[in-house]
Design a protein around this ligand. Structure first.
Ligand code: SD4
Length: 291
């Protein structure tokens, strides 16, 4: 059995590419890299990779994380600028014995030393969105940080290996140096091939408080099926955040177990995600709240 689940409809083409690799018996690592790179490379997806949402200074700072569920190895970059594919750098970092999570100039130096492709990740469009927002900020009191999505992916290969990965430009107009949940193991992603994996999207400041991806995998390890695990983790944590901190911001999670069964949890009305499996062509799903 092989399988992929990914957050947001923008992952569809990437999931197609990743599926082809899994059908050809490539590894879960290759499939996740291909899937996420495809989203990073598309300038029209404005919250991931090339053409991503700039920070308050107009700079595209990117976060990405990767985990190998066989070895439990993790690699991540936070606030990296000027490199084409943060996911590939995160994967490379997961192979190191120390220094697995690098941020800012340290991550950039590592990428340079290891020959990763340099690229200005701003586009005319991303700068235009930023200029427009800046202007409106000074004219009216609009809410910062709207409009952000992370690609979060879980892959299962025909050998039973599972991986988890994320990539994002984070919250729009975020403070310089702000790092969200996406590169945080346990928060933005988690995977253990003996159980399954999960990846999150939404407001990182909230997701990280619940170690949400780890919690979903933990619930699966206790015997819940993926749908029950994802639903329960998001519902219970959303309720807790509301009760303790009066917070009710966006949180969604996708997950898959090592049999290729999948699930999602969300506290928003419309959440899209993509699933492909050995016995199922890639499908985009959209949740719809029924009152
Ligand atoms: C972050 N979790 O940087 C990311 C953003 C995101 O849907 O996923 N938005 O906080």
């Amino acid at each position: 059995m092989w399988g992929i689940i990914a957050t947001w409809a923008m992952a569809y083409d990437g999931v197609l590419k990743g599926s082809k690799l899994l059908i050809d018996k490539h590894s879960a690592v290759d499939a996740i890299e291909e899937t996420i790179k495809s989203v990073e490379d598309e300038p029209n997806f404005r919250s991931v990779g090339y053409g991503g949402l700039p920070n308050e200074k107009g700079i595209v700072e990117l976060d990405s994380g990767f985990m190998d569920g066989d070895k439990l190895s993790v690699g991540a970059v936070g606030g990296i600028t000027g490199f084409k594919n943060p996911i590939s750098i995160a994967i490379k970092l997961s192979e190191e014995s120390y220094n697995n999570f690098l941020v800012g100039s340290g991550a950039e130096e590592y990428a340079r030393l290891n020959g990763f492709e340099v690229k200005n990740m701003s586009t005319e469009r991303s700068l235009e969105i930023w200029r427009e927002k800046k202007k409106r900020f000074s004219e009216e009191n609009i809410r910062a940080y709207d409009g952000h999505d992370t690609v979060g992916v879980i892959t299962l290969d025909t050998y039973g290996k599972m991986c988890a990965g994320t990539s994002t430009s984070g919250l729009f107009m975020k403070r310089k140096g702000r790092v969200g949940d996406s590169p945080l193991c346990g928060g933005g992603f988690y995977v253990d091939s003996e159980v399954g994996g999960a990846a999150a999207t939404g407001v990182g400041e909230d997701i990280m408080k619940g170690c949400l991806s780890y919690e979903v995998v933990r619930l699966m390890s206790e015997g819940l099926n993926p749908q029950e695990a994802a639903e329960r983790a998001v519902a219970e944590f959303s309720e807790k955040l509301k009760r303790k901190a009066n917070l009710s911001r966006d949180i969604s999670v996708v997950c898959m177990n090592n049999k290729g069964e999948w699930g999602i949890g969300t506290n928003i009305d419309e959440f899209s995600f993509v699933v492909a499996k050995e016995d199922m062509k890639p499908v985009i799903f959209l949740t719809k709240k029924i009152d």
